[in-house]
Ligand binder design. Structure first.
Ligand SMILES: [Zn+2]
Length: 256
């Protein structure tokens, strides 16, 4: 699925990459390869060696935890993050499965290349580590949410988190995938969506859900959404920290 965009240049969107110092990003650029991913593609299998880090540019990837037959979503990753955290933590194997939830694109780097560039430039690892507490917060909040909160609240939380991560009001998601992500029956999702639609909060489309009234959705979520959002906000450096996070410096050119 690798897509050779050698001749073109496009702005980097991934928030972890755009937070890097310009010379660190420059050092990474020749090693980043643009790839497209389709729905249900597996970016990382559980209990397998991590061969790549995928910096998500567009679309949505689910981290799934479980057994051989039973998986539930523990976190979703969009352009705020990357898939392949174990490599940054010094582990070689992932305990989780990472599956595409909504199609998109990523900038991919091979494990060996990343290890080499992080050895030369330790600041890259430090910046990538800033994302990890936010991801852990999302994992732990997913557990609490599943154990304690009603399906209507959980669905609102899911839609809000997805909306933030893909920056679009139209979420290409089926009832089956939502039900599987949340570990509930499909009928429960259908009923919860019907209620949201009757109240004018969302509009159902074939294979998609459009968020019509986001403030109303925020009123319906449990606090889990805000806990996760705050954790991600803390992972972003502010201007006064003296870091560089201007997306304008992140042009990718000549990647191979
Ligand atoms: Zn909750």
């Amino acid at each position: 699925m690798a897509n050779d965009l050698q001749a073109s240049s496009s702005p980097v969107r991934n928030r972890v990459l755009t937070q890097l110092a310009p010379d660190d990003l420059e050092a990474l650029k020749p090693l980043l390869r643009p790839v497209e991913f389709r729905g249900r593609a597996v970016l990382q299998e559980a209990n397998r060696r991590v061969e790549y880090v995928h910096f998500i540019e567009d679309g949505l990837v689910s981290h799934l935890s479980g057994t051989r037959t039973d998986f539930v979503e523990t976190a979703m990753v969009g352009y705020f993050g990357y898939v392949g955290v174990p490599l940054v933590l010094g582990a070689e194997v992932s305990s989780q499965r990472s599956v595409v939830c909504m199609p998109g694109t990523a900038l991919r780097i091979e494990a060996d290349d990343l290890a080499r560039v992080m050895a030369d430039r330790p600041q890259i690892r430090e910046e990538m580590l800033r994302y990890v507490p936010a991801l852990i917060a999302q994992n732990t909040q997913s557990v609490l949410c599943a154990a304690k909160h009603e399906i209507n609240q959980r669905l609102a939380r899911w839609l809000l988190l997805a909306n933030d991560r893909i920056q679009s009001d139209v979420l290409y998601i089926t009832h089956e995938l939502l039900a599987a992500s949340m570990g509930v029956r499909r009928a429960s999702i259908t009923n919860a969506l019907l209620q949201l639609e009757a109240d004018g909060v969302v509009e159902k489309r074939r294979g998609a859900v459009r968020i019509v009234d986001r403030p109303a959705l925020e009123n319906r979520t449990c606090d889990c959404y805000h806990v996760v959002r705050d954790a991600y906000d803390r992972s972003v450096v502010s201007d006064c920290d003296g870091h560089h996070h201007d997306a304008g410096h992140g042009m990718i050119a000549g990647t191979a």
